[in-house]
Design a protein around this ligand. Structure first.
Ligand code: GSH
Length: 318
């Protein structure tokens, strides 16, 4: 069998099995802690503007969700943003885009410092997005699916006046969204990684079939809808967008998701461009960092680390 990019997350039959999220703290309106204090007895950190730092890579689709939602809800002043270098070295994510290679607020050079400060025995992958508490230096959460939901529900006091309702209030629509989120995570968001990190032909083939079967369903769904749940942008649209925007630039070639390009699905392509042109979406996309991250960092898949020149990003705005 070929060597895996991430050995500990690869099954004996070559399937990619993503690690769990180690830090699952919540910043909650219900917290009984006072400002500046740590989590209450139920593990809930207090909502406090200016206290927490969201650490992201602009390349990472999971982090990209949190960047878009923070922007859509107008939380830029309440939750500050730290951006890591898209290229990890053997010590992981680093703050080499900042002066002195150090995050100016947290004072650290590597995200791993915050992980190990919080749990000295941590030996998993150090991942973004992560929310770090600037008072204690601890990682509150790297639980990416919950981070954006909590931005919507727990930070309402700091939302901008016309913030979109990313989570539907109506319970039927909410259930429909939750089911879509699950299917899209399994087959599309994580599906492209299941293709790219598979180390057996069979595991790759299954992931590829699941991915394109799901894209076919979504293509059909979008024939008479502006967004996945109708006329309003929802959390699920953000989650699908961050995979679609990387599709032709990275997943089609690097991860071998190549039955079709995104541009060859008429409805999905029109939908992705519609989102791209909304405030908060296209302006947060950095194709250069996206391509350099994947093609340079996954050197088991791309040992030469050559970054492809195409595709031309101007198709997104044409
Ligand atoms: N926290 C999740 C998802 C976030 C994630 O995978 N982020 C990637 C970047 S897209 C990362 O930080 N990877 C670090 C690494 O592989 O060492 C996980 O552990 O799989």
């Amino acid at each position: 069998m070929t060597p895996a990019q991430f050995v500990q997350e690869t099954s004996s039959t070559g399937e990619w099995k993503r690690q769990g999220n180690r830090f699952t703290g919540r910043i909650s309106r219900e917290s009984s802690s006072a400002p500046g204090e740590g989590p209450d007895e139920q593990g809930r950190w207090p909502v406090e503007a200016g206290r927490y730092r969201l650490v992201v890579s602009l390349a990472c689709p999971w982090a990209h969700r949190s960047i878009i939602v923070r922007r859509l809800l107008g939380l830029e002043d309440a939750i500050s943003l730290a951006v890591v270098d898209p290229i990890r070295d053997e010590r992981g994510w680093r703050f080499t885009l900042d002066p002195d290679d150090r995050d100016p607020v947290l004072g650290i050079k590597f995200l791993s410092e915050a992980y190990l400060h919080t749990d000295p025995s941590y030996d998993g992958r150090v991942t973004v997005p992560a929310i770090v508490d600037t008072v204690t230096g601890q990682v509150v959460t790297n639980d990416y699916p919950q981070i954006t939901l909590d931005f919507s529900t727990e930070w309402t006091d700091f939302h901008r006046a016309d913030a979109p309702q990313l989570i539907p209030a109506d319970s039927d629509t909410r259930s429909e969204m939750d089911q879509l989120i699950e299917e899209i995570f399994r087959d599309v968001n994580n599906g492209v990684y299941r293709c790219g990190f598979a180390t057996s032909q069979q595991a790759y083939g299954t992931a590829y079939d699941d991915l394109f079967a799901r894209l076919d369903v979504l293509e059909d769904r979008l024939k008479d809808r502006t967004y996945l749940l109708g006329d309003t942008v929802r959390e699920v649209d953000v989650r699908l967008f961050t995979t679609l925007v990387r599709f032709d630039a990275v997943y089609h070639g690097h991860f071998k998701c190549n039955r079709q390009k995104l541009t060859e699905f008429p409805n999905l392509w029109a939908y992705a461009r519609r989102l791209y042109q909304l405030p908060g979406f296209g302006e947060t996309v950095d194709f250069d960092q996206i391509k350099r991250h994947y093609y340079v960092t996954h050197d088991n898949i791309n040992p030469t680390r050559i970054v492809p020149k195409g595709p031309d990003p101007r198709v997104w705005t044409a």
